[in-house]
Design a protein around this ligand. Structure first.
Ligand code: G1P
Ligand code: ZN
Length: 542
């Protein structure tokens, strides 16, 4: 096999964020952009003789990128690549295949929930041998390589067609093209009581799963319709499309508004759920009720023992710092460890590997467990179906019971998108400089008790992440968190997270935005978002 050593120069800005390198598709399409980054990964991980999993969410450029990566892998001495048929693999499925086949890692092509297409976003993420996103030491090394790169290596031969299952070769490198769904679906059958869920559906329980024209379509059809017996059509928008049907494949009440409308109808399905572009996020609904991701984490933690894979109970819970404290209350009752980590699934890896957390979650619609090292949308949906089948209760009844036991943590996230980066950085920097002076001060209707910039020391490996978001705690227990997104591709996104706990004996039936109005006003008084950004309000409220 002939190899070309292609001369190149460093390209600015190839710095991985919260979840790999994510940029506008046009940026990824620019000359040598993808190749430089892939070579930087290979330079950092020394891939000769190793095996990797490769797949993506099917967005525009997925197929072209896969062919390029295969040629570069062969040229860099990789022994074997395991690739999802047609280039498709959900992010949790990549994580599972890495672990199942004990490979050295994997490459995931996705920009998650961001829109796809020539005008949308693209991304590339490297996962390590435990199946999880590379920790910062490795992503820093990759970034350092991007700044020094002088050439990349690529096979001159074409990569084999990856639309058919089978074993192929590219020079000395073996390529296995595999069905993206089977092994993942088999794993789900080991964790959940498929008989109980099948019985529930056979008795007339109705569900609607919205794949949002993204990667979970084939997974949803296989699991819900073929294996669990839901009628054809229960999985909607199930054909992955390069531009996600022109939509924004983010499972939240704003972008999955069709599903919300169906679920709010009096004759709507009993259960509704959606997943995102690459299949790691989830949204859970019952007829007439939306479950916040923070509540979902708490309910799953409290009920996980009802699923066969968690029959012996869970060892600990981990949640990202901006996620509500609802799960902490469950951990306290269960007498298990509870960890608060920075935003991003990569921070859960060490805790999961060490057995110090079984269930993890983020307020951004991410929930998962130690079965893989990524969040997992379909896993959360199956967990809910297992809980519903075993408890014999509706989603609304389960939530009512949960709140009556633990109280209700009202929660909402307000996003301000596409803000000028200078304005956003100044807002955060000014806030951080004022932190020491804030405790004891009045902020709108509330008084500030504590103000801190979140620093985290990993309890397993001692690694440190600093300045991960500002936490304002108010008298009466309300909390506001402010941080800048690490996944955006245009300007800056400011996220404001609001929460307030209501005891079991309190008013559990309020509208969340009304319940949180004082916390929001207090945060605004401290941060001055309106005045600084010129925005009247957030772009997205979830
Ligand atoms: C967002 C979410 C975060 C999640 C990440 C990747 O990151 O907030 O919880 O892990 O996407 O899906 P952010 O844009 O806030 O940095
Ligand atoms: Zn995702």
């Amino acid at each position: 096999m002939q190899i070309e050593a292609h001369a190149t120069r460093p390209i600015d800005g190839q710095k991985p964020g919260t979840s790999g390198l994510r940029k506008k598709t046009a940026t990824f399409l620019s000359p040598d952009y993808l190749q430089n980054y892939v070579q930087a990964i290979f330079d950092a991980i020394e891939p000769a003789g190793k095996t990797y999993v490769l797949g993506g969410d099917g967005r525009y450029f997925n197929d072209v990128a896969i062919a390029i990566i295969l040629r570069m892998a062969a040229a860099n001495g990789v022994a074997r690549m395991i690739v999802g048929r047609a280039g498709l693999l959900s992010t949790p499925a990549v994580s599972h295949l890495i672990r199942l086949h004990e490979t050295d890692g994997g490459l995931i092509l996705s920009a998650s929930h961001n829109p796809g297409g020539p005008k949308g976003d693209f991304g590339l993420k490297y996962n390590i041998a435990n199946g999880g996103p590379a920790p910062e030491a490795i992503t820093d090394a990759i970034h350092a390589r991007t700044r020094k790169i002088t050439e990349y290596r690529i096979a001159k031969a074409d990569a084999p067609d990856h639309t058919q299952d089978g074993e192929f070769a590219l020079g000395d490198m073996r390529i296995d093209i595999v069905d993206p769904v089977t092994e993942y679906a088999d794993l789900m059958e080991t964790l959940f009581d498929f008989d109980a869920i099948r019985g529930l559906i056979a008795r007339g329980f109705t569900l609607r799963f919205d794949a949002m024209h993204a990667v979970t379509g084939p997974y949803g059809v296989e699991i819900f319709e073929r294996r669990l017996g839901a009628p054809g059509g229960s999985v909607v928008n199930h054909r992955p499309q390069p531009d996600f049907g022109g939509g924004h494949p983010d499972p939240n009440p704003v972008w999955a508004s069709d599903l919300v409308a169906a679920m709010m109808a009096a004759d709507g399905p009993d259960f509704g759920a959606a997943s995102d572009g690459d299949g790691d996020r989830n949204m859970i609904m019952g007829r007439g009720i939306y479950v916040t991701p923070s509540d979902s984490l708490a309910v799953i933690a409290a009920n996980a023992h009802l699923a066969p894979g968690y029959r012996d109970g869970i060892t600990g819970i981990a949640r990202s710092m901006p996620t509500s404290g609802a799960a902490d209350r469950v951990a306290r009752t269960l007498g298990i460890e509870c960890h608060q980590t920075p935003t991003g699934w990569k921070y859960f890896g060490t805790l999961l590997d060490a057995g110090r957390a079984t269930i993890c979650g983020e307020e951004s619609a991410g929930t998962g467990s130690d079965h893989v090292r990524e969040k997992d949308g379909l896993w959360a949906v199956l967990m809910w179906l297992n809980i519903i089948a075993t408890r014999g209760q509706s989603v609304a009844e389960i939530m009512a019971d949960h709140w009556a036991t633990y109280g209700r943590t009202y929660y909402s996230r307000h996003d301000f998108d596409g803000i000028d980066a200078t304005v956003a950085n100044a807002l955060m920097n000014d806030l951080k400089s004022a932190l020491a002076t804030l405790p004891g001060q009045a902020a709108g209707p509330l008084t500030i008790v504590e103000a801190q910039d979140f620093d985290y020391t990993d309890p397993v490996d001692g690694s440190v992440a600093t300045s991960q978001g500002v936490i304002l705690t108010f008298e009466g227990g309300g909390r506001a968190v402010l941080r800048l997104s690490g996944t955006g591709t245009e300007g800056a996104t400011l996220r404001l997270y609001l929460e307030r706990h209501e005891a079991p004996t309190g008013d559990l039936g309020q509208d969340p935005q009304a319940a949180l109005a004082p916390v929001k006003a207090a945060a605004e008084a401290v941060a001055g978002i309106r005045a600084r950004t010129g925005r009247d309000g957030p772009d997205v409220v979830t």
